[in-house]
Write a protein that binds this ligand. Structure first.
Ligand code: GLA
Length: 340
């Protein structure tokens, strides 16, 4: 029996930086997707059952992952198309990760499937890139490497300082649970395909044409951009990269109040400069930030809805105060076991 497990992730700071080679700071969380099954030499397909959805049968020569039904299996098809395993597989997917809630259930599914199908777990960067390509094929949105690197590289008790240009990941210890905790509040479904995500990727590429790689730019270079839209988008990325570094430094120094303040600043930048928030999410972040014991709150992930992440003194806000919210803990990354 092969058992492959991959956690979800929440990005604590550093959004819309990954696809410009910037910095991000996610953590893998204590909820995961598990793929359990056996190689199946005869079927020429990957067949997976799952709770609450029709089962999927993906031929090993699947050509168009984005057209596969049922829709959840497009991510499986994307992985099959990238990996082209020689042998089929039969098993089941089980998940404790809320689906479509902005916690990277798709990246967790991709990574767990890839490991179950025999992808090399010893090369995390190649595995992340393979799963990113699978995601692009499944969904058609030019997402970066943040989700896959976080899901693969997670370390219990730590966040990850990701450099998406060098493609490196440095574990940074997070405050112990008796000092601070992480609350994720889901504000409602969103589709990256219908959001401004691809437009933002294009705007930042246009800004980079004019001032060079955004990763190397400073605010003076950004100020030379004549187009006010390109200028504010690039300003978000330049200031966000600086906030990611400052956030990691604050955590290393044990200064959770400073880390929380940087999360509030990040939210303001995403809302005003990047315009990837919504009035509802802005209202939630403002309410949280004004609550006693809340150190910081920000929109997290792709944006235009989805999730807010908050850094709290333990128990300052109960998840039960919201329709869908979870206290999440920093967990280990993906793994595969051959059992029996
Ligand atoms: C989504 C994408 C990531 C990243 C974030 C924004 O989660 O999948 O690659 O761009 O949005 O930081």
């Amino acid at each position: 029996m092969i058992v492959a497990t991959a956690p979800g992730r929440v990005n604590l700071i550093g959004d819309h930086t990954d696809y410009t080679g910037g910095l991000c700071f996610p953590m893998a969380i204590d909820r995961h997707v598990e793929v359990r099954g056996e190689p199946d030499a005869d079927s020429g397909a990957v067949t997976l059952a799952t709770d609450g959805h029709p089962a999927a049968t993906i031929p090993l020569d699947v050509a168009e992952p984005a057209l596969v039904e049922p829709a959840w299996a497009r991510y499986v098809a994307g992985v099959v198309a990238q990996l082209r395993p020689a042998t089929g597989f039969r098993g089941a997917v089980h998940s404790t990760l809320p689906e479509g809630a902005g916690l990277s259930s798709s990246a967790a599914l991709e990574v767990a499937v890839a490991l179950a199908l025999g992808a090399d777990a010893g090369d995390p960067v190649a595995l992340a890139k393979l799963c990113q390509a699978a995601e692009h094929a499944a969904r058609g949105v030019p997402t970066g490497l943040l989700d896959q690197l976080a899901v693969i590289g997670g370390v219990a008790g730590h966040g990850l300082l990701l450099d998406c240009r060098a493609v490196t990941s440095r574990p940074v210890p997070l405050p112990p649970p008796d000092e601070a905790e992480w609350l994720v509040v889901f504000t409602g479904p969103r589709s990256l395909a219908d959001s401004g995500y691809s437009t933002r990727v294009a705007e930042l590429a246009a800004a980079a044409e004019l001032i060079g790689p955004i990763r190397d730019a400073d605010e003076t270079a950004v100020a030379t951009l004549a187009d006010p839209v390109l200028r504010t988008r690039a300003r978000h990325v330049v200031t966000e990269n600086a906030r990611v570094r400052a956030f990691a430094d604050a955590l290393v120094a044990g200064d959770v109040a400073a880390a929380g303040a940087l999360m509030n600043d990040s939210h303001r930048s995403l809302s005003r400069d990047f315009e990837s928030s919504t009035p509802r999410v802005d209202g939630l972040c403002a309410d949280l930030a004004a609550t006693s014991g809340v150190l910081g709150a920000r929109i997290t992930g792709g944006g235009w809805g989805g999730c807010v992440v908050a850094l709290l003194r333990p128990g300052a806000v109960a998840p039960a105060a919201f329709a869908q919210a979870w206290t999440v803990r920093p967990a280990a990354g993906a793994r595969v076991e051959h059992d029996g």
